[in-house]
Ligand binder design. Structure first.
Ligand code: HAM
Length: 449
């Protein structure tokens, strides 16, 4: 019986798996340039970690968590996001001691949310993100946004809108909550049951409601902007000014409140501006949090961070860069063996070529030359190496270019590694100039049409 993957999950293999690891590598390099170190925390945490950080009445905690009792009766949850676990780890391991300041970590891994699967929305998805704590300055907030932008640039996805807002300090949010209560007082009885619950617990979360009938009234609600202190406004302006001076534009979005309770001050989200791609929602988002570390039992350090949704980025990357996916997982050389003796010699040859940095495959099961060549062509090997009796007797290696069909004998001597390298260069030159020509032709024909 065939067992299907769990709804909302997806397997990663071949090109996709490489895109994920390449993106992770590019982002890690950028993060390390800003002084960040990698941290890896468990996928399962105690449920109350998320209730306490994301907020008891957030959609994530009330509807979307994969929570279960383990055999010891403990309530555990598959992490729906990574900030809470990273901060818990900073507290558990006392990573906040003086010499470690500022605390700067980047992370990558799977998260789980029980949401309705749709474009760019999965039940298991991957986040890459950063958290920095212990420095409270608009420069630090701006630097985190600049770094996220540089990461997008490093994978050629920087045609984005950066939406920014401030959720202000405690006083601003208290006054805003009261204003929302007053505003929704008349209409709350006609709104969805979730909103009625949110009204009692935390009216700010009403703004996350996605029920279409509730949206018109929510869209006219007061925004936080009118409740921000002069200091909050100055901080937000300064962050925007620093970014602008460094070539990064931001757009104020007064309705941006984010779906997690821990934010205070500056919040932001990245939105794709590529017309050819579907609307994924936010590619990533984050913000400043003043109290999260102390609420989890650590010192009173403020922090700021963000996370990218990797599925959304990779899907966008494949649409935007479809003509230039320089992903190559095919064999450089496939060595054919027609008898056991050749298998034995070619086994050693394959290991030597791999040591020189070539991707090499070979057959262990004996088949006819015709069948082996057919197979090598099917798996798109770039070159085939034939080391039959004649070749061994003449001390040469016969190499067939699987694209052109041309085959030549190469003397086995100290020049051979260089010759093989040249063959690879030839392959890449012809392969990618073909691709480029094709895409140029495509552009031309689009222009004509
Ligand atoms: P978030 O906005 O909940 O923030 O998630 C960050 C990103 O994860 C989203 O912008 C989106 O790209 C991706 N994402 C969220 N849910 C899904 C899903 N179901 N399927 C696919 N992608 C998804 C956080 O998680 C915060 N921890 C970010 C942060 C870090 N704030 C401060 N530090």
């Amino acid at each position: 019986m065939e067992i299907n993957p769990v709804k909302g999950t997806h397997d990663l293999y071949l090109e996709d798996a490489m895109l994920y690891s390449d993106t992770y590598r590019a982002f890690s390099i950028t993060a390390s340039m800003y002084g960040y170190h990698e941290i890896e925390t468990p996928i399962i945490e105690h449920t109350n970690l998320f209730a306490r950080s994301a907020g008891e009445d957030s959609d994530i905690v009330t509807k979307e968590m994969y929570t279960f009792l383990d055999k010891g009766g403990r309530s555990l949850t598959l992490r729906p996001e990574m900030t809470a676990g990273v901060l818990r780890s900073i507290v558990s391991n006392k990573l906040y001691v003086e010499k470690e300041m500022p605390i700067r970590y980047f992370y990558y891994g799977p998260c789980f949310r029980y949401e309705r699967p749709q474009v760019g929305r999965y039940r298991e998805f991957h986040q890459f993100g950063v958290e920095t704590l212990g420095v409270n300055s608009p420069y630090n907030d701006a630097e985190v946004i600049l770094m996220a932008y540089e990461m997008l640039k490093s994978v050629k996805l920087n045609n984005v809108k950066i939406k920014i807002n401030s959720l202000g300090g405690e006083e601003a949010r208290k006054n805003y909550r009261e204003a929302l209560k007053e505003y929704f007082k008349e209409s709350i009885a006609n709104m969805c049951l979730d909103c009625q619950r949110r009204y009692e617990m935390n009216p700010l979360r009403i703004l996350d409601c996605k029920v279409p009938e509730d949206r018109p009234i929510i869209d006219k609600a007061p925004t936080i902007t009118d409740f921000l202190s002069e200091e909050d406004k100055k901080h937000l302006d300064k962050v925007r000014e620093i970014l602008e001076d460094n070539g990064v534009d931001t757009v104020i979005d007064t309705s941006l409140v984010r779906g997690l309770d821990y934010y205070t001050g500056v919040v932001f989200e990245f939105e794709s501006m590529y017309e050819e791609a579907p609307d994924y929602g936010a590619l990533g988002g984050g913000g400043h949090y003043a109290k999260l570390l102390s609420e989890l039992g650590g010192p009173d350090f403020e922090g700021v961070g963000f996370s990218f949704g990797m599925e959304r980025l990779i899907s966008l990357y494949k649409i935007v860069n479809k003509d230039n996916l320089l992903i190559d997982s095919t064999y450089d050389f496939y060595i054919l063996s027609l008898d056991e003796e050749q298998v034995d010699a070619n086994f050693t040859l394959a290991a030597a070529l791999r040591r020189q940095g070539f991707r090499v495959g070979l057959n262990y099961e004996l088949k006819s030359m015709k069948a082996l060549l057919k197979y090598a062509s099917r798996i798109e090997a770039k070159y085939v190496i034939i080391m039959g009796e004649d070749e061994i007797a003449n001390n040469v290696m016969r190499i067939k270019n699987m694209g052109s069909g041309e085959q030549l004998d190469y003397a086995i001597n100290e020049d051979l590694p260089m010759k093989l390298q040249e063959l690879m260069e030839e392959y890449y030159e012809s392969h990618y100039s073909d691709k480029k020509e094709n895409s140029e032709e495509e552009i031309e024909s689009k222009e004509i049409n």
